[in-house]
Design a protein around this ligand. Sequence first.
Ligand SMILES: *Cc1c(COP(=O)(O)O)cnc(C)c1O
Length: 441
Amino acid sequence: MEKLALLGGPQTITEAPPASLFKWPIITEEDEAAALEVVKNNKFSGRDITEKFQDEFAAWEGSKYAIAYCNGTMALTSAMFAIGLGAGDEIICPTKTYWGSVSQAINFGASAVFCNITDMLSLDPDDLERCITPRTKAIMVVHYFAYPCDMDRIMEIARRHNLYVIEDVSHAQGGMYKGRRLGTIGDIGAMSMMSGKSFAAGELGMLVTDNRKFYERAMAFGHYERNNDKYIKESEELKPYFHIALGGAKGRANQLCSAIARVQLKYYDERCAEIRRSMNYFWDLLEGIKGIRAIRVDESTGSNMAGWYCPHGAYYPDELGGLSVNKYAEAVRAEIGSNQCWEGGNFCLHTHNFFKTFDLMHIGKPSRIAFNERDVRVDDDACKVSETKYCFSVPWFKHYDTKWIELYAKAFRKVSENYEQLLGEDVKAVQGGRWYGTENK
Ligand SMILES: *Cc1c(COP(=O)(O)O)cnc(C)c1O
């Protein structure tokens, strides 16, 4: 029996790994030159570079239309406007995700309804029909931590109930579901490209669709300079409203980010392929160990984990004597001498007061239900099970460096195989998680 580092035993990793192993994004002179060109020519606020990026992105994604935004939250907000989300409507979203997937629904007077997640932390199609009512307008699908949702089942249910599907691809840019790019399967794909994501281009967002009407509405909502007859040709309803951003908020992308994004796109698939090879190797080394399972998809189906954003494993405390995931992660951190293992992922959204009481419109009523004749909050209790889908983060390898990947895997294996040393007063399988702005790393 090896003594765990947390209890005073030897650490598994004692030296610092090469910095390039985790560094992301990969920035070369080509990115630097593209950025400098924008700075030198004061091109921040223009559209020329952004429009080139949009064309390249649409071709790569396999979508008819692509519109860049200042960030992913705004791209998702625009998608909600595009489908006509409105007062009293309901939009279903998995409860475990970043707030920017669905919080904006209150800006439209709509109600977010939360759906459960599977062990892979991904929207559970088995829970979807519970959430559908005559007021449901759309489903916000989130390919959480890069795991592609079960789009065949989700689309079948959506079509049967006449619902729109928006895919939040912020964790899975470029990922595949049975041979199709994520973001092209629903009615609209929208995503972040902020600097922490796998497609990292500073602060940027993107919306893709094949639907001309949605494209024109999204354009009019966020892009006052393009809310005109050059871009909006078919939507008669929009024509009286040219030249002002219909969302009352500006969505324009900063071209510094568009310029970097153009360079990043050229190498993105190739770099993601190396990440997947590395992450798959890491998880192969941990296959069959009690208490932990990879969150990854079977690639033989033509699906994949894109750039494997924020890799996590699923945790089963019952297989480890009830050991909390928190203690497990703490023990791994002690072995690896860094904070690359943390429990919980994002907190479930239904637990936040924003969705319980917040009154955006200042009318003495929670905005989440301001225009709904039913109180959707009573359904939140059904999402308690999602709070106990235990998970922990693992290192996000950017390079296929087998020596280091093996060393990290050894640390996880050591903790898993010696979990009994950690049992004691700590038998609450507590999870926690994080809101942003309260960094635990
Ligand atoms: C990052 C993120 C967003 C929002 O994107 P920003 O570019 O940060 O505005 C939306 N949804 C998910 C799931 C995200 O992780």
